[in-house]
Design a protein around this ligand. Structure first.
Ligand SMILES: [Zn+2]
Length: 208
């Protein structure tokens, strides 16, 4: 396998239009998960139909695994054997879903962590991401270096926390997009900027 990655900008809000845009952009079968802020990792093949989960992986050319986001962190993992797409909001980040997916690829395909490349896509930046103590507490003491405090509010740097977990498990090639979905709300959908009427970006990895 020689997986490539793709990060979309704003896609049409309307579902049918979005489907059409995605089928134009993606060169194979695009598999997306239900995304429930959990830690279920699903395998995708040519017969995959959407199920509840927050990470998908595949080892099949022509199958692309993707993630929908609009402030949450999209993490794509690529290697010679498999590709994965991970949805990491604060809950997924706290549950270390990107790290768990990378570990699963290592175990399943006998890869060493250095053989996996991580691509962390556009998401909300630390300045724009203001939360209460609940999020900081869930992320735990190891993430404290990546959380700024302003008065009663906390500003976690979710992409840095995800990169930290991955680096800690041994990944060496971690590529982080500098784009913030909220700072660049003209280009990307942002839950914080556009509210519940927002659309999504889709990011995917695969070979085909
Ligand atoms: Zn920002």
């Amino acid at each position: 396998m020689q997986p490539t990655v793709f990060f979309s900008q704003k896609l049409p809000r309307e579902a049918e239009e979005r489907e059409r845009a995605l089928s134009r952009l993606c060169p194979g079968k695009l598999c997306l998960a239900g995304q429930v802020h959990g830690e279920t990792i699903l395998y995708a093949d040519h017969n995959y139909t959407a199920r509840a989960g927050d990470a998908l992986y595949t080892d099949l050319p022509g199958v692309f695994v993707g993630v929908k986001t609009a402030d949450c962190v999209p993490v794509l993992l690529t290697s010679r054997a498999a590709a994965a797409a991970v949805h990491a909001g604060w809950r997924g980040t706290a549950r270390r879903i990107a790290e768990k997916t990378a570990r699963l690829l290592c175990e399943t395909y006998r890869l060493s962590p250095e053989e996996i490349t991580a691509h962390i896509g556009p998401c909300i930046c630390q300045t724009c991401y203001e939360t209460d103590g609940e999020v900081a507490e869930a992320l735990g003491p190891e993430a404290a270096a990546y959380i700024a405090r302003r008065g009663a509010k906390f500003h976690p740097d979710l992409r840095a926390v995800n990169a930290h977990w991955l680096r800690n498990m041994g990944l060496r090639d971690i590529r982080v997009s500098p784009d913030c979905t909220r700072c660049l709300a003209d280009v990307y959908w942002s839950h914080r900027a556009h509210g519940s009427g927002r659309g999504v970006q889709v990011s995917w990895a695969g070979d085909g």
